[in-house]
Design a protein around this ligand. Structure first.
Ligand code: NAD
Length: 277
């Protein structure tokens, strides 16, 4: 796929990230098909996108996004971004199906936050067209797209998605594959250590957040950020990094396991480390 041939985009998974990615592409006038197996997630995605779109741009955005529960509806897309649950087997199953549904020239990307691109590429037929496009939440606002190159990713694929990112006024940073990439190797080392400080009674979560906000000028403290990411996603990332890298600093604390078990997943369920009104 040559860079300026990308006109139609498929987004698979209409949760926090899928809805934000669909919104971003629609704002830049790409035709988007947004797919989810859960019909109510699609409805909720449109409500969320509308709530975060300038009213005078809503008509354009709404007109550019088509929703569907059928994966086959991405068949005409030039680029498909998978952004479902952070589970390697669920992702591989979708990637296998996308390999059959999409044209041979279409680029297939994943928005995984941690899973190795080389591992996921095993499920893709024609892995030279497979790449990591790691958007951050919310995609409309955050400047970075971490572009993750697998061993088999072609230079053509790298340059096409880099071009696309710049078209949407983003900063594409290309890195080689490693579990967690650069962003989450660093971020989850920080979040994990913040939870260990809390568990050992060194400081409250409010004070740990305040130290990082006022002392290191982070816009959010690690607990506020974990709630923002979603504690289920955060826990999956930690488990995956611990399993892959065997490094104790990624070992999830029972504190986060307990919150997830109780359904306290952060902002999206109005309670995580903190409560939200
Ligand atoms: P989410 O739980 O909000 O949404 C996931 C969506 O995927 C749900 O709507 C679900 O119905 C859908 N889904 C599940 N299986 C499906 C299938 N087989 N076909 C179609 N849809 C399916 O999750 P999220 O926070 O949007 O995360 C999605 C991906 O993005 C994960 O890989 C995550 O690691 C990554 N990511 C998340 C963040 C973040 O801050 N939340 C940031 C960067 C990357």
């Amino acid at each position: 796929m040559a860079q300026n041939e990308i006109k139609k985009v498929g987004v698979v998974g209409a949760g926090t990230m899928g809805s934000g990615i669909a919104q971003l592409f629609a704002l830049y006038d790409y035709a988007v098909v947004l797919v989810d197996t859960d019909d109510s997630a699609l409805g909720q995605a449109l409500v969320n996108i509308r709530a975060h779109t300038d009213p005078h741009l809503w008509e354009q955005v709404e007109g550019r996004i088509r929703t569907s529960t059928a994966l086959e509806d991405v068949r005409e897309a030039d680029l498909v971004i998978e952004t479902v649950f952070e589970d390697p087997e669920v992702k591989k199953e979708i990637l296998r199906k996308l390999s059959r549904i999409c044209s041979r020239s279409a680029i297939i990307a994943t928005n995984t936050s941690s899973i190795s691109i080389n591992e996921l590429s095993q499920a893709v037929f024609g892995p030279s067209r497979f790449i990591g496009m790691h958007f951050m939440n919310p995609p409309k606002v955050i400047k970075l797209i971490e572009i993750v190159k697998g061993k088999k990713t072609s230079e053509e694929t790298v340059s096409a998605v880099g071009w696309l990112a710049r078209e949407m006024e983003k900063e594409p940073i290309v890195i080689n594959d490693t579990p967690g990439f650069v962003s989450n190797r660093l971020l989850f080392a920080l979040i994990g250590e913040a939870i260990r400080l809390l568990d050992s009674g060194v400081a409250t979560k409010e004070d740990i957040d305040a130290v990082m906000k006022y002392g290191v000028q982070h816009p959010m403290g690690p607990f506020e950020l974990a709630d923002f990411i979603g504690l289920d996603i955060a826990l999956s990332v930690m488990k995956y990094l611990y399993g892959e890298l065997k490094d104790e600093k990624y070992k999830p604390s029972p504190t986060i396991e307990k919150l997830v078990k109780e359904g306290k997943l952060g902002r999206k369920t109005r309670e995580g480390f903190f409560k939200y009104g």
